[in-house]
Design a protein. Structure first.
Length: 74
């Protein structure tokens, strides 16, 4: 876009929000391919993270309760 704006000063130096759609229209051999497997794996990893985070939060809470109980007992 910068070179084109140097040739024609009427054209602005910024590109639009949907420039990629115009690019794909100009180049029909190119396309967009969404990978469901990658998205599924990413979602699964995020779900696993929340499961592990919840588990370790509970472990930490139980540990704190045990330590507090032992402190009060003494």
């Amino acid at each position: 876009m910068y070179l084109r704006s140097k040739r024609d000063p009427k054209i602005g130096k910024t590109i639009g929000a949907n420039w990629h759609l115009a690019f794909l229209d100009r180049h029909p051999t190119l396309g967009i391919k969404y990978s469901r497997q990658i998205e599924h794996t990413r979602a699964q990893a995020q779900q696993d993270y929340f499961i592990f985070a919840t588990f370790f939060e509970r472990v930490c809470i139980n540990y704190c309760i045990i330590v507090l109980y032992m402190y009060i007992k003494d």
